[in-house]
Every structure is written in C-alpha cells, then in structure tokens.
Design a protein around this ligand. Structure first.
Ligand SMILES: O=C(O)C1=C[C@@H](OP(=O)(O)O)[C@@H](O)[C@H](O)C1
Ligand SMILES: C=C(OP(=O)(O)O)C(=O)O
Length: 427
C-alpha cells in the first residue's frame, strides 16, 4: 500500500480507547459480581479477542453498540472453555488471563498467532507456579500454546520482579485476588498501574508504597459502570506527526494521561516540542493535547522513564531522526520481545528511508536532522511499526510503500482515516 504524504497537517482527532484499559474492563467485569457496563470500549482486534475469550469461559457479554454489558460471574464462576482459546496477537490478553485462570478448578489452553507464540512466558510461569498453578508451554518450552491448571488453593507470594512489566504484575494481582493471605510485589521500575487502579474502582483494596504493592486476598469485586479513556499510545503517532511535519497543528481529544503512561509528553517537552495540555479532566484522567510543528533537540531516554513510554519508543525514534543531535535510548531490551523485535525493526526500516539509526544491545542511537526518502518498508507484522512508518512517510518527499498495512487494526482500526482527514496540501 502507498502510504500518505502531506505538506502539512491540521485538524483534530478523537483518540480511540485505551487498549490496556479496554482489555481490563472485560476482565474485571467478568470476575466481579453483578453487572458491568463499559462505554467507549476499543473495538480493535486485540480487545475483541479478550471479549471472545471470556465468552468462551462462559461469561455472558453483550455488545450493545454504545456499551458492552458484562454479567459478572464472580471469581469462582468461570467455566471451562470447550476448546483452546485463541487470543491472536495479544500479549496482554494471554498473560493477564493466566493470572485469572490460576484460581480455577479446571485446565485451559491458550494460544496466539505466529508472533504471540514466540513471546516469552517463563516470566508468567515462575510467579504463578510459586502461587500453586501448573503451567506448561508447547513441548515443555515457555512458549504458547500454553496450558494452565488452576487451583482453589492459591498461596500468596512475595515477588521481586526481575523485569518491569505491567503484564506480569497484573497477572500476579489477579491471582492474588484469589489467594488466601497477603501478596507483596516489588517492582523493578514502576509500570502502568491500570490494574491497581481498577481493583479500587471495582471495590477492592490494594496498597502501593513506591515500587511495593500489597494485596490481601481473597477479595470479591463488584461490577461497575465505566468509560474507557483515549489511548496515549495511539495519540503518540499524532504527537510525533504534529511535531515533525512543518506548519502543522493537531488537536488530540480525550487522551488518557495517567502518570505511568505519559513519558512521551515529558520526553517530547524536554526535546522542545510545542505540546499544550488543555481541558484536563482529573476525574477521568484524560485531557486534550495540542501539538504543533517544533524545533527539536536530542535526548537520552533510559531507566525509570522506559516503562512510561515503552510502546511509544519506535515512534520516538522517528522523532529523534528530526531532532538536533544524537538521541540515545537505553534500558529498553524489553522491546526485543514485543510483537516483533522492535529495536531491530525500527532501525532496519528507518535505515531504508535514509535515517542514521543504529540498534544497540538495549536500545537505539539516532543521529538527528536527517531527511527521509522513499522506500519499500515492512511492518514486520507489528501494528506499532506499521503506524510509525506511516508517520515517517508523511515527511518523505518520495513514495513509501508498506506491505501488510492491515496489521494496524490490532490496536487502531481507523488509523488511516484519521490521518487522511488531517492531511492538507498547499497546491
Ligand atoms: O499491561 C499492559 O496492558 C501492557 C503492558 C506492556 O507490556 P509489558 O508488561 O510486557 O511491558 C505494554 O507493552 C503492552 O502494550 C500493554
Ligand atoms: C506490546 C503490545 O501489546 P501486547 O503485549 O498486548 O501484545 C503493544 O500493543 O504495543
């Protein structure tokens, strides 16, 4: 597919719902007691797979268009699925489901697509088996298809996380809600805290003290009415587009601004981007952002900042190709085990367009102020690499061809339409 090019960008975008929160809205609704109503659910493939997975586990879920209604079955109310549950491309669906299934009386097998079936699961097996679940990967490996035999006798753990991962933390918390006693998790770095916030929102109790989290189980949550805010990880593509395409201004409406997710705003501001935060809705942790063309300087991005912008790093690398100086991204080795190796894919594809970008052991080094040119590029089957390349194409003078653009529907089905309506040509 020929990607969109432009002279400048102008207009506004309603940012689609947050993928992390949308997955969790179905999960919490399912294990709570009573009814949950979710508005602004993300109808993207990853979240639709979570919805189907819980239907497979016997949870009544009705998609009524405007709202999704879930009749919660309670922590102990899931039923065995008739067959293997396929969660497609979604690491979040598979890993969080393992935490929920750890407390059941039955066995479940979960599988994914070719990408997910290569993603590491030992990080789940270690804590959840310490809690009493039995988990085995395909041919005794750590990879899906993965089979979990739950137990009603889950035991709490004290767990020092060896990696910063909200998925691992969340799965342990879902299991801890079903275990008798106090679970203590010590995070390596603070990762997104949607699970902790939603435990409270659904009537549960959890304490956080810096990087230490305590949860006393068992707890029975209660169904809620909730609205999913917009996804800053989707807004990120427009933030970068607005900053690097000359003479542009874009208004991004309904962007979730939970502190554990706003690393991109902090880094872009530090690099000199013109970002304004307006209409800050504290109740819903969302705001309107305005981004305009910016004169940018390089930055070093590392350490505790990394989990606050992990999914935005490919598009931040693109941003750095247009900044003055050398940008260094480090401590980001987790990027190697996402939908593809995002360190290598970002470097390889941007190099094809003329960028001066090198992959390192744990990140990227990018020399800025490079003009990007036309090329045939690949998403490597990864939605975020595909979207990053479309933003790169906006500033290319020649045609850019992307293979397999459909993959973008994993998180953002209307991405190309939303870009198209911002595109302006001076002729
Ligand atoms: O918990 C979540 O919703 C997510 C956590 C992150 O993964 P890790 O926990 O593997 O870092 C992130 O990359 C993913 O897109 C969504
Ligand atoms: C890594 C991602 O998602 P997941 O881990 O759920 O596949 C992502 O959306 O960038």
């Amino acid at each position: 597919m020929r990607l969109i090019q432009t002279e400048y960008l102008q207009g506004s975008v309603d940012i689609p719902a947050d993928k992390s929160i949308a997955h969790r809205s179905i999960m919490f609704g399912a294990i709570a007691e009573g009814e949950t109503k979710v508005t602004n659910f993300l109808r993207a493939q990853d979240c639709l797979n979570t919805l189907q997975a819980f239907k497979d586990l016997g949870v009544p879920i009705y998609d009524e268009g405007e709202t999704i209604t879930i009749t919660g079955v309670g922590a102990k109310g899931l039923s065995p699925a008739k067959q293997t549950i396929d969660v497609g491309n979604s690491g979040t669906a598979l890993r969080l489901l393992l935490g929920i299934l750890a407390g059941t009386t039955f066995e479940t097998t979960l599988e994914g697509d070719a990408s997910l079936n290569k993603r590491p699961m030992e990080r789940m097996m270690i804590p959840l088996s310490q809690m009493g679940a039995t988990i085995t990967g395909a041919f005794h490996s750590e990879f899906p298809p993965i089979t979990i035999q739950g137990t009603t006798q889950l035991t709490p753990i004290e767990y020092h996380m060896p990696i910063a991962s909200a998925q691992v933390k969340s799965a342990i918390l879902f299991a801890a809600l079903q275990a008798e006693g106090m679970t203590k998790i010590i995070e390596k770095e603070t990762s997104r805290n949607h699970t902790e916030e939603m435990i409270i929102q659904f009537g549960g109790k959890i304490q956080t003290d810096g990087k230490v989290i305590f949860l006393q189980g068992p707890q029975q949550l209660k169904g809620q009415e909730m609205t999913v805010p917009g996804d800053i990880s989707s807004a990120a593509f427009f933030l970068v587009a607005g900053a690097i395409v000359p003479n542009s201004e874009i208004i991004l409406k309904n962007v979730g601004i939970n502190f554990t997710r706003t690393g991109i705003i902090d880094v872009m501001k530090q690099m000199g981007a013109n970002i304004q935060i307006v209409d800050n809705d504290l109740m819903n942790q969302s705001a309107t952002l305005i981004i305009s063309s910016s004169s940018l300087n390089a930055a070093t991005i590392k350490g505790a900042m990394i989990p606050r912008l992990i999914d935005e790093l490919p598009v931040i690398a693109l941003l750095a190709t247009q900044a003055q100086g050398t940008t260094i991204i480090k401590d980001a080795q987790e990027l190697k085990v996402k939908e593809t190796n995002r360190i290598d894919a970002t470097a390889q594809e941007l190099q094809k367009m003329g960028a001066n970008i090198q992959a390192t052991q744990d990140g990227l080094v990018i020399q800025g102020k490079t003009a990007l040119h036309g090329a045939k590029v690949s998403s490597h089957g990864d939605h975020r690499i595909g979207m990053m390349l479309q933003i790169a194409a906006l500033i290319s003078k020649e045609e850019v061809q992307l293979e397999n653009p459909e993959v973008i529907a994993i998180s953002y089905p209307n991405f190309f339409q939303d870009i198209k309506q911002l595109v302006k040509r001076t002729e």
